[in-house]
Design a binder for this molecule. Structure first.
Ligand code: P6P
Length: 350
């Protein structure tokens, strides 16, 4: 029989949890109630609003005429544009117009940055984002995500080159992702640890579910598209042969970077999208995919590298620059790197 004290304690815990909303948490993380803290909290709240609207559209896509499939256009990446990509990109634009928060949006779906001049005198942030990561999964109802990165707006560079964005990942003031999976989750950091929120549809709020996530030092998962095996260099092929021979490794690859990273953030392991003979820089974009995820994973105690340089140190030459990516638990990233030396010294795994 639960006595009233235990009941009250449980109710108190539940109430406290329900009031730890995303915007309140960002305020507490920002260490006070300064205008900058409020701006960041409101900005995160607008990203969350966009995520809720995208999640709602995804959940009804199968029942909504004209929601699925391709638009017939090819984006700057040379990829077929999914209708959902375009919808999600428009959602972000609408979420930040008249917000006074963000002066410029840079997206995988837009060749050039999108300026919101009425915000620029006030909103001193640039938001970089991949509105739907893994959109190939949409038509088969598999997990997809949104990735975002927040940088200070420096100068009034309204030229389309957005030269001030071509700086390293250390210039990020915050980053995160939204995972549209069995539940919708919002995971972010503003440099004080990594925190996860789960959408409570009955409240329409993202509620804190895991705080100060620490990635395990090692995990059993290796996540890579082995269909490209013969495209890789010999060191990467040796790594794959090594994990094939070792017991205790599992291959998991969803086709959506956010879903694979989310698994690794919580359970450990390594995600790899290497360069190939055809595409030495790999496939993933730096500014709105690899750099924000590197920011998060390193905040959680993990590692992220191109194979020769920390992702956070890479300075892009162009807005849609690509980069190879090896990211995850420190021991597992180091194991991959140990095969990239010319002499393969097999780690003495038992
Ligand atoms: P591949 C989705 O297109 C994406 O950008 C990531 O979400 C995903 O990890 C990767 O590309 C999948 O690429 O070449 O293995 O299909």
């Amino acid at each position: 029989m639960t006595n009233s004290t235990e009941l009250n304690k449980a109710q108190e815990t539940s109430l406290s949890r329900d009031f730890t909303t995303l915007t309140r948490h960002v305020l507490s993380q920002s260490g006070g109630f300064s205008p900058a803290a409020y701006d960041l909290s409101l900005l995160m709240g607008r990203i969350a609003l966009a995520g809720k609207m995208i999640g709602r559209h995804l959940s009804q896509a199968g029942l909504t005429a004209d929601a699925l499939g391709v638009t017939g256009e090819i984006n700057i990446q040379g990829e077929a544009v999914k209708k959902m990509d375009q919808y999600a990109n428009r959602i972000f634009i609408r979420a930040f117009e008249q917000s006074g928060l963000v002066c410029r949006l840079a997206s995988e779906e837009m060749e050039k940055p999108y300026y919101i001049p009425e915000n620029c005198p006030i909103g001193r942030y640039t938001l970089l984002f991949d509105p739907i990561d893994g959109s190939g999964n949409i038509d088969t109802n598999l997990a997809v995500g949104t990735i975002f990165s927040i940088r200070q707006q420096e100068g009034n560079d309204e030229t389309e080159e957005a030269l001030d964005l071509l700086q390293s990942g250390h210039k990020q003031v915050g980053a995160g992702y939204i995972l549209y999976g069995s539940s919708t989750m919002f995971v972010y950091s503003i440099g004080k640890g990594v925190h996860a929120f789960t959408l409570d549809p009955s409240l329409g709020e993202f509620i804190l579910s895991t705080t100060n996530i620490q990635i395990p030092s090692h995990g059993s998962t290796y996540s890579i598209n082995e269909g490209n095996f013969w495209q890789w260099d010999e060191g990467m092929r040796e790594y794959i042969r090594y994990v094939h021979k070792q017991s205790g490794y599992s291959a998991r690859y969803s086709g959506a970077l956010v879903a694979d990273i989310h698994r690794i953030l919580f359970q450990g392991g390594v995600f790899i999208y290497p360069g190939s003979q055809e595409n030495p820089d790999g496939k993933l974009r730096l500014l709105y995919e690899s750099a924000p995820l590197a920011y998060l994973v390193t905040q959680a105690g993990g590692k992220a590298t191109t194979g020769s340089q920390d992702i956070m140190d890479v300075v892009p030459k162009k807005l849609h620059a690509r980069t190879p990516l090896i990211i995850g638990s420190p021991e597992d990233v180091d194991l991959v790197l140990s095969f990239s030396q010319t002499e393969v010294e097999l780690p003495n795994k038992g």
